[in-house]
Write a protein that binds this ligand. Structure first.
Ligand SMILES: [Zn+2]
Ligand SMILES: [Zn+2]
Length: 264
């Protein structure tokens, strides 16, 4: 059956389209070489596609000295982590623990902007590579189901993709050995606008009731699974916490949060 399909005109057309696309990309790379998003230098063979070797130091990885819930920095990078910061103690989010790979500045900010606002889905590969280079991500994601923070369908239509879903997919692929799966079981049912200018309280209010579990997908995941919500950037915990609340309403108890970058 599989073999016969490979000789069908549809398959051959698909394969031809794919090789044309690869050739196009090579030509584009030649005509418009990829540049480092930080310094603008041509970057033909760095470790990352969009960050040159000189600017790799502009990726500020989260090490020690941060809150294990909201990832807020509370001490020096060599200090021990704290189980929760003052903010999380006062307003505990609905998820157990949270993790961010790096600080939302320098190269990480450029990568997220490229992915989010400049229609460059390929930037997600660098994001996954950076996550892979952080020693704690594999253990954090092990045996978990990743749930990307959803976009409202109008926003998704506009952007053509959901950046958090691309990140979750890239993580599932890069951490396949850790048995990491993905299930887009949340939907954003209300447009919330940008949260950037709002303070903590206003963010929580703005995002309330914005998410809904997709019943059919929720039912396909065991209730005792380790769920890790995935977002591109964590600012306050408002969005991730609201997602966690909705998942808990559907019976999931073990809900964690993960973001590529933490905005300080
Ligand atoms: Zn550079
Ligand atoms: Zn905290």
């Amino acid at each position: 059956m599989g073999g016969a399909w490979k000789h069908s005109p549809f398959y051959m057309l698909k394969a031809a389209k794919q090789s044309a696309r690869t050739a196009c990309r090579k030509l584009l790379d030649f005509l418009f070489p990829r540049r480092c998003l930080v310094c603008g230098a041509v970057n033909p063979d760095g470790k990352y596609d969009y960050v040159c070797p000189e600017c790799e130091g502009e990726i500020h990885m989260m090490r020690g000295g941060h809150c294990l819930v909201c990832a807020e920095i509370v001490g020096m990078p060599d200090a021990p982590n704290v189980p929760f910061c003052a903010k999380c103690a006062e307003h505990p989010p609905a998820f157990r623990r949270g993790m961010a790979v790096c600080v939302f500045d320098g190269a990480a900010r450029e990568l997220v902007h490229e992915l989010k606002y400049k229609s460059t889905p390929a930037a997600v590969n660098d994001i996954a590579l950076i996550a892979k280079s952080h020693g704690e991500v594999a253990g954090y994601l092990k045996d978990s189901i990743l749930v990307p923070v959803p976009l409202h369908r109008s926003r998704r239509r506009q952007r053509k993709y959901n950046q958090s879903e691309l990140i979750a997919r890239a993580l599932a692929k890069n951490f396949a050995e850790e048995n990491v799966k993905i299930c887009g079981m949340l939907a954003r049912i209300r447009k919330t606008g940008t949260q950037t200018m709002l303070d903590r309280e206003a963010r929580a209010k703005n995002i309330k009731g914005a998410f809904k579990c997709i019943k059919r997908k929720c039912e396909s995941v065991p209730k005792n699974a380790r769920i890790v919500l995935v977002d591109d950037v964590m600012t306050t915990t408002a969005t991730l916490s609201e997602c966690a609340k909705e998942l808990k309403k559907s019976g999931f108890k073990d809900v964690y949060a993960f973001a590529f970058a933490k905005r300080m």
